[in-house]
Design a protein around this ligand. Structure first.
Ligand code: C5P
Length: 220
């Protein structure tokens, strides 16, 4: 099934840390011609900038940063250190910070028409009217192995038990926070990357749902 040039189609992909949502969302975006945005990267960028510049007024500082932000540029910065990951999940609790990033994400969706945004609150808060919502889940040990493999390339002294503990803490913080917690929207399709371990199985499953929704909406 293919989307035509003028079709509008919005995909929301949420899930816990290292649940495979970025990999799945990127492949599906390429396959169906959707513009992809990782909102986690936006939060990480906000965290990294606050750590770097330590501004007195965080909100004013971030408002300015996100006004002129070039998303393609932040894709190139390394934003995945433990320090940035932890600090990011702490600042992500603040409503005023979330509102700045919410505006950026919603503008992105209305500008591009065919989009996929991944994060924690996309299907519930950012794009509640998305055409299709995915919710990624994964057993903690498998998710930690996945993240460990990625990070080990950059840090050979890294310990598996630390990566697992950090993921667990971050997930707890994301689930338990008051503002926009990580939550499955009732209409989201579950993608369990602990079960569908290989990427082909995951993509086949996601594609089936994509094809059905495109057919329902456009009969393409
Ligand atoms: O997705 P990723 O693991 O890169 O996200 C980093 C952190 O950013 C998360 O642990 C979470 O605290 C925050 N985040 C969020 N809402 C989103 C995306 C990310 O609170 N939509």
């Amino acid at each position: 099934m293919k989307l035509k040039k003028n079709n509008k189609f919005i995909v929301a992909a949420d899930g816990s840390a290292a649940s495979g949502k970025t990999t799945g969302s990127k492949i599906i975006s390429r396959k169906y011609g959707l513009k992809f945005l990782s909102s986690g990267l936006l939060y990480r960028y906000a965290g990294q900038q606050l750590l770097k510049y330590k501004p007195k007024n965080k909100i004013k500082f971030l408002k300015l940063k996100f006004k002129k932000l070039n998303y393609n540029k932040i894709n190139k910065v390394n934003l995945h250190s433990s320090k940035i990951s932890e600090y990011t999940s702490i600042i992500a609790k603040q409503k005023k910070i979330r509102n700045i990033l919410k505006k950026f994400q919603q503008n992105f969706a209305s500008k591009h028409k065919k989009v996929c945004i991944e994060g924690r609150d996309i299907g519930t808060v950012i794009l509640p009217k998305a055409d299709l919502k995915f919710f990624f889940i994964c057993n903690l040990k498998i998710a930690a192995k996945r993240r460990f493999k990625e990070l080990k390339k950059k840090n050979k002294f890294l310990k598996f038990k630390n990566v697992k503990k950090e993921l667990q803490n971050r997930n707890l913080r994301d689930v338990l926070r008051k503002n926009s917690p990580l939550l499955k929207s009732p209409d989201a399709v579950i993608v369990d990357t602990g079960k569908d371990r290989n990427i082909t199985m995951m993509i086949n499953k996601m594609s089936k749902h994509m094809d059905r929704k495109i057919l329902d909406k456009y009969g393409n």
